[in-house]
Ligand binder design. Sequence first.
Ligand SMILES: Cc1cc2nc3c(=O)[nH]c(=O)nc-3n(C[C@H](O)[C@H](O)[C@H](O)COP(=O)(O)OP(=O)(O)OC[C@H]3O[C@@H](n4cnc5c(N)ncnc54)[C@H](O)[C@@H]3O)c2cc1C
Length: 484
Amino acid sequence: MSVTNDRVGSAGRPRVVVLGGGPAGLGGAWQLALQKKASVTLVEQNPWFGGNAGSFEWEGQKLDFGSHRLHPACEPSILADLKQLLGADLLDRPRHGRIRLLGRFIHFPLKPLDLLTRLPPSFGVSLAYDGATKRLRRPAPGTPDTFESVLSQNLGPTMCDRFYFPYARKIWGRGPEQLSGIQARRRVSAGTVLKLVRKVLNAVPGFKKPGSGRFWYPRHGYGQLSDALARAAQSSGAELLLEHRVKSLQAPRGDAPWRIAIDRGGRESVLEADHVWSTLPVTLVPKLLTEPPPAPVFAAAAQVSYRAMLLVYLRLPVAQFTEYDAHYFPEAEITITRLSEPKNYGDLGAPAGATTLCAELPCDAGDRFWKMSEAELGAVVAADLARAGLPLPAPPTAVKVMRLPQAYPIYLNGYEQPLEQVDRFCDTLPRFLTYGRQGLFAHDNTHHALAMAWAAVDCLTGAEFDRAAWAKHRAVFATHVVED
Ligand SMILES: Cc1cc2nc3c(=O)[nH]c(=O)nc-3n(C[C@H](O)[C@H](O)[C@H](O)COP(=O)(O)OP(=O)(O)OC[C@H]3O[C@@H](n4cnc5c(N)ncnc54)[C@H](O)[C@@H]3O)c2cc1C
């Protein structure tokens, strides 16, 4: 089979093949090429850039894969780079959402006055009681460190039973007792009563953190961010291949290069690389290797799983459904977890007199929801909205479904051991790096995935990747807390 990237590797630079064209892959490709550290080829299976953070066009409108925002917590130097790439197209937008709690809608992000006036006083009393009696809930020695035990201790039953536990069951499809305590610490940014109070106070002038209640959004859809990274990478000399699926990886012996088999519509070719940087799901790596890893590594990879998601888009013949960017549905009686109205985020080219809704329905690949037709899923969403008190004003004129097989990592109790086994195995592969949200099995935001890419590029000096420096970066990544 012919090697298609033998023309690169010039000027004494190492050849890096980046697997995956989401923000992590694109950010790495851009910075490697810009800093002239490597000759870069990037391989992406989809016809679009951006992975889960990309956009696509449907019925004349740009749409994202669920509600996406760039959070102000983005590292300032990376944000400055993005601002330079996007210019005036990077909009500074106010957050304007609602969350349904106890059958009522309250503003999200939370606002003190709204909480006081919309929720029944008994809820506030229970919350205050939970906060006051926190010390009494110290877990008995030997209590397993689960999502349930961590949040019960830190927040008490009111927030847990009304909000976090039903939400966890929907998002990850597992009971809070089956999930690791790490999931609570990494995923729940208001994971203690104090943090919750701080979040609420964030809406009050004088207490506000810079950027709180606001987000960055590219005018033409979240995927514009990845498209801009892709263009910048290309103009710095990187070669980017869309609609090419990585089929297999042949690890090198000695100084020989990696051989990466890629497939485009049944036509196979091979890329050679001195370094492989993978942002693919880490569980896929053992399966892609031409020389299979030891059986325990395979078994460990099978114990690590991702939650899938269906995105159900409804085109409505009305100019606007609501004024809100997103509605959050933690409660069990509603199937979907979030509904966004893309028109309210930026300038997404929605035709006048029509709008599109995007409903997020987490599920397992292959389960009953995954197998439903577009019409059936449209009906599920319509029924959900009617139950939530937000009935559709008219039947949808069209329904579309997009599927994300890897939406969220599921941190089951004890997941760290098999994950570490797969991760350690990846470390034994010569000149191989796994990073990004899927590559590190991290529940991370886009700005975290970008920070990983920038850090990885810092670690490549000449032909050598500095493993010790990367280990230090990974310790920092482990402190990332997801922004909602
Ligand atoms: C519903 C939802 C809402 C979100 N909302 C936000 C938000 O508001 N703000 C925020 O900051 N983050 C949000 N995120 C997270 C954000 O999407 C991720 O942080 C980001 O996509 C991570 O980028 P990545 O490059 O690490 O991974 P990905 O985006 O997953 O990219 C991995 C890429 O690898 C490609 N790939 C996989 N297998 C192969 C193969 N065999 N061959 C070739 N290519 C392959 C995939 O097609 C994909 O493009 C959200 C995520 C979801 C699911």
